[in-house]
Every structure is written in C-alpha cells, then in structure tokens.
Design a protein around this ligand. Structure first.
Ligand code: 2M8
Length: 441
C-alpha cells in the first residue's frame, strides 16, 4: 500500500494486529479473550491476509480445515492446546464421543456461518501467482464441498432449502435479541458446570448476561449427552432456528463454491440447485408480510420472528433479494435507526428497539464484519456511493478508536477486546479496495 497516507497507516496498523494474534498456522480472534481458532473469524482473517501474504492466508484456511469433522462440519472453535482460560474449554465439549470428530484435534461440537468458500475464492482472486492459488483451490475443493454438503444433509428440516442452527453461538451473533424468544421458549433451572472467564477479561456490561450463558451451557450439555448425534439433536433440542443471516451467508458460500467448482473444472449443477432452493426459501419463507421485512423461523414454536436488527439486511448482503425489497432495505439501513446522524453506522440493533444497548455485545454496537458484508452487498446491487460512504465511515471509526471488537455507534468508543483480528483483516480489505477505486478515478 503506497500513496494515500491514511490508508497506508491503517493498513500497517491492521497488519500489526494480525501479527500480534498470529499463532503460526492460525490466528486467534483476540489476544486474551479468544485464544483459540474460530471458524468465521479465520475466514475473515484469511481475506485480510491474502492481500499481503497470500501463502499465510492459505495456511489459515488449511488449519481451519484440519478441524473438519468426518461428516463435513467445521466446528466453531478449534482449540489451541497451549491456551487456557477460555470457558467452556475442550474437556467440556467431549467431542471425541462422536465418531465424526477428528481424533487428533480438540474442537467444539457446533458450527458457525459457513463463509469459508467466500474466503477461499477471495484468496484466489487476490493472489498474484494464479497457478499456485489454483492448485490451492484444487487441493481444498473436496473438503469445501463436504462442508456445504453437511448443511444440506444434516441441517435441512426436510421441507425446503433452509438450514437450521442448534445454538446461538452458531449464529455468530451470540446474544442478539433475535434469539430472545427462541432461547426463552423453554423453562430452565440450570447451573453450568464451568465458571465464565469472559467477563473477567472484558467489562460484564459489554458481554452476554449470566442467564444467557446458562442457556448456552444447557444446550451444550444436552448435545454432549447425545454424543453430538445430529438426528438426536434434531429430535431433542429446544432451540432450532432457521435464521435469515445464517442462511444468507450459506447462500453466499454456495455462490462462491459454485465459482470454485468452475475454476477447478468440476461439475457444479448440484451446488447451483442447492443455492436455488435455498434462495427461494429465504425469499418465500423468511419474508414477514406484515412487517415487510425478513425474519427468522423458529422450528420449535413454528413462528416466524421479526426482530429489528441488522441481520434483516442479510438478503441484501447475499445479493439474493428482489429489487423492491432491496430499495426498502437500503432506505432502512440509511435511516437514523441504523445510521446515527452524528455517530457511526451500522447499529447491530435498531436504536428504536427497546433491546438496543450501544455497548452490549450483539445488542447495538457497530461490528466491522457486518458493515463489510453490507458494503459488498450494496456494491453487488450497484449502490456504489452508499457503499463507499459506509466504507469511509467504517475506516474513520477504526482510525479514530482503534482495532476493537465492537464500537459504540454514538461515541465511536471501542468495546470488547482491542487488537481484534477480523476488524484488522477487514480493514486491510477495505483500504485496499478503496485505494484501488481512488487510483482508477
Ligand atoms: C463471539 O463468540 C464466542 C463464542 O463463540 C464468545 O463469546 O466467547 C462471537 O462474536 C462470535 O461471532 C465470534 O466468532 C467469536 C470470536 O470472535 O466471539
């Protein structure tokens, strides 16, 4: 990165964060709060790395694939044996009781938004040595394919293309108000077997509540008893939700997988069909006619829940919504509910929603990965100037406040962990693209 000093400074700052969190073959999301490898974090991280160290980006993906289960699932955490002080740790998950878990690696038993193919494709597109990058795609293709087939085989409820999640941690937006209803639809008196460590590293006011953690741990202990058997979990789980964001990120992943299949010379008709069925179901089944917005379907209660949070813009991020709905979404995200006039976009929960809290985890603050996904979506629909405005605001936010995990949309102040990897990685991607656009003007 040369030329623009602002971009160059941010780029270097971001590289330093990724170096701090580099574990050799993988990158931890944050220095102390998240000492292991996380699934969608590593995908974002690979995208950032691919701009200046393409080989290291490929290693990031290889190390994530190393934790893949026999059934294709990539777990949400691959534990770093050298790290302690993260709860719940590997001993709590007891994943080795599943015949699908890899024997030599400790992992969690649940997954996260499957954006890995998107990352692999970006790594290829950003590589200067296309032959080497093409070999990389060929090598990983069978594993990528089995990751996506996992969702089709094991996470469809049977009737249509939508997939469900079994835990709020799978959504990536852990304590979003989107899960308040499904998570509280069952009675519970519960004491987890472990003591939380997160709220001694980060201010308790910025993290999920104890009541939420009790439910998170209840679900893990239930699935553990079922030896992580998918069929049994489907039968017994009190939390089965088909979220719009998760399904849209699956759709983005399938779109990228389709392209990768083309690049490696494999027939991709089946992937095209999976994506077609999924997109159709998102637009038909997750559209709330009364609210005129997308919601999440709760398989346990049989309700479609609309919640006024940024996840409702997911079909825009994935490029799969019809034009009239897109225009409506662009208007909404540009309104003061999501884009405060004197502050920073995008609030993760609408400021008009009673659940909005500007510093509490996924209940209001700005998250860089969400902004990044919206920027890509806006660009795909030709909203270049809104996309650029959002990118500029995002970069300004990080430049003034640091590489934090999330940010207060009113003051810009950083919260959660500092030196947060995906913030850094996606800043690298944004500055590289903005710089390219500016040079071409
Ligand atoms: C957060 O989730 C973990 C549990 O997976 C936690 O709170 O301990 C979420 O923000 C999630 O999306 C993210 O992948 C993870 C690591 O950054 O942290």
């Amino acid at each position: 990165m040369t030329g623009n000093n602002f971009f160059a400074r941010l780029f270097q700052g971001a590289q330093a964060v990724l170096k701090t969190n580099d574990l050799g073959r993988s990158t931890k999301p944050a220095p102390r709060l998240y000492p292991h490898q996380w699934n969608w974090d590593s995908a974002f991280i690979a995208i950032g790395l691919s701009h200046y160290d393409n080989q290291r980006a490929r290693t990031e993906i290889h190390s994530l694939l190393n934790g893949q289960w026999k059934n294709g699932m990539i777990p949400h955490i691959i534990f770093n044996p050298a790290a302690a002080n993260y709860q719940p740790g590997p001993e709590y998950w007891e994943c080795h009781n599943s015949p699908d878990a890899p024997p030599e690696v400790f992992t969690s038993g649940i997954t996260q938004p499957p954006i890995l193919a998107l990352a692999a494709l970006d790594v290829y597109n950003n590589a200067t040595d296309k032959q080497q990058a093409g070999e990389f795609l060929k090598t990983i293709y069978p594993r990528l394919y089995s990751l996506y087939r996992y969702f089709i085989r094991y996470r469809r409820a049977g009737t249509d293309g939508l997939t469900y999640i079994i835990h709020p941690w799978e959504s990536g937006l852990d304590n979003s108000p989107r899960w308040d209803k499904p998570l509280n639809s069952f009675d519970l008196q519960w004491q987890p077997e472990y003591k939380r460590a997160d709220n001694s590293i980060v201010d308790n006011a910025e993290r999920p509540s104890d009541a939420e953690y009790e439910r998170y741990s209840y679900l893990v202990e239930l699935y553990r008893k079922l030896n992580w058997n998918e069929k049994a979990i489907r039968r017994e789980s009190p939390f089965l939700v088909q979220p719009v964001l998760f399904n849209c990120l699956l759709s983005l992943g399938l779109g990228a997988l389709e392209k990768i299949a083309g690049l490696v010379g494999t027939n991709n008709n089946e992937i095209t069909r999976w994506k077609f069925e999924l997109d159709l179901a998102i637009n038909n089944r997750l559209w709330d006619i009364k609210k005129q917005a997308y919601g999440d379907f709760d398989l346990v209660t049989g309700n479609l829940y609309y919640t006024d949070t940024v996840a409702q813009f997911a079909p825009l991020m994935a490029g799969i919504a019809p034009a009239d709905r897109v225009e409506q979404m662009v208007r909404k995200l540009h309104s003061a509910d999501y884009w405060p006039t004197d502050g920073y976009p995008l609030c993760s929960v609408s400021r008009s929603d009673p659940a909005f809290d500007p510093i509490k985890y996924w209940r209001g603050p700005v998250w860089i990965n969400i902004n990044w996904l919206v920027i890509r979506g806006l660009e795909s629909y030709g909203f270049q100037s809104v996309a650029r405005k959002l990118a500029d605001k995002t970069l300004d936010l990080v430049n003034k406040n640091g590489f934090y995990e999330y940010f207060n949309p009113h003051t810009g102040r950083g919260h959660g962990s500092d030196n947060f990897s995906w913030t850094a990685a996606l800043v690298v991607d944004l500055v590289t693209k903005c710089d390219q656009i500016d040079r071409n003007i």
